[in-house]
Design a protein around this ligand. Structure first.
Ligand code: NAP
Length: 260
């Protein structure tokens, strides 16, 4: 299927590996010229080179912490202030117990997983509105539909972003700008390994055993693959997504057992 976005310009945040990288790959395959971002310069530059060489698009790496004002300014400068497609993503907050977290911990999580996405939408969506076309995908989490008790910081911050997008997506839709959230269930990335390591340590089992136990709870009986996630993200950024507005699309292998 032709996604109809060849020649568009996109920003994918937190994209040197995992779900952000897979989203960047799928957009590049569809012909989108990209700015990609992560903190670690070496892995980011290698990713940019690989994606550009494989798909024949332009990929500009900007090594910066996207959760800071300076980081966002550097990324926006590389874009010349203009993007047709924005994929918001950042690292997830650490796990813990509800009594662990201080005000500063909450502020940090809300900055990273809510206000960073809001700031980038506020910076880039006005230009999309002017041009009458835009696509935004916010990578959030299954925890929006089914909160994960040990990820209270993530549950809190992502609930805030979800509420913001529910209203804002409907305000920008009349101008051809399509904003949605993509909710990963467990996917085979370093983030999953790090969460499984925590479980393995807490329960005195191996990492493989922790993963097997978790896979057994998923109807699809495996972790999601980043490339499938990336393809879904690219579809939401395509011409064909124009009637999908303000949705929270769950990719979780059937783990959440509800009808709607
Ligand atoms: P990952 O494999 O650990 O990759 C994270 C990527 O984000 C890396 O490229 C990392 O590079 C970059 N990054 C992290 N913090 C950043 C920051 N402050 N500024 C810029 N780049 C940053 O993680 P993932 O599994 O793809 O997860 C992506 C998001 O989805 C996270 O928010 C995670 O909580 C959420 N999620 C993941 C799963 C899952 O199963 N994988 C499930 C639910 C939700 P640097 O470290 O070099 O910056």
């Amino acid at each position: 299927m032709d996604l109809g976005i060849r020649g568009k310009r996109g920003l994918v945040c937190a994209a040197s590996k995992g779900l952000g990288r897979a989203s960047a790959e799928a957009l590049a395959e569809a012909g989108v010229d990209l700015v990609i971002n992560a903190r670690g310069a070496d892995a980011l530059e290698a990713a940019a080179h690989e994606i550009a060489t494989k798909h024949g698009v332009s990929v500009t790496p900007v090594a910066a912490d996207i959760t800071t004002g300076e980081g966002r300014a550097a990324v926006l400068e590389a874009l010349g202030g203009r993007a047709d497609i924005l994929v918001n993503n950042a690292g997830g907050p650490p796990p813990g117990v509800w009594t662990d977290w201080s005000r500063d911990d909450f502020i940090k999580a809300i900055d990273a997983n809510m206000l960073t996405a809001v700031a980038l939408m506020q910076a880039l969506v006005p230009g999309m509105i002017e041009r009458g076309w835009g696509r935004v995908v916010n990578i959030t989490s299954q925890s929006v539909r089914s909160p994960i008790p040990v990820l209270g910081l993530s549950n809190t911050a992502r609930a805030g972003l979800t509420g913001f997008v529910a209203g804002m997506s409907r305000q920008v839709a009349p101008h051809g700008v399509v904003v949605n959230n993509l909710l990963p269930g467990i996917h085979a990335t370093d983030r999953a390994d790090s969460l499984d390591s925590g479980v393995a340590k807490a329960e005195g089992i191996s990492l493989d055993e922790a993963r097997r136990r978790r896979e057994a709870t998923i109807p699809a009986r495996s972790y999601g693959q980043p490339e499938d996630f990336g393809a879904t993200c690219a579809f939401l950024c395509s011409q064909h997504a124009r009637f999908i507005i303000g949705q929270n699309i769950l990719l979780d292998g059937g783990a959440l057992n509800v009808t709607v």
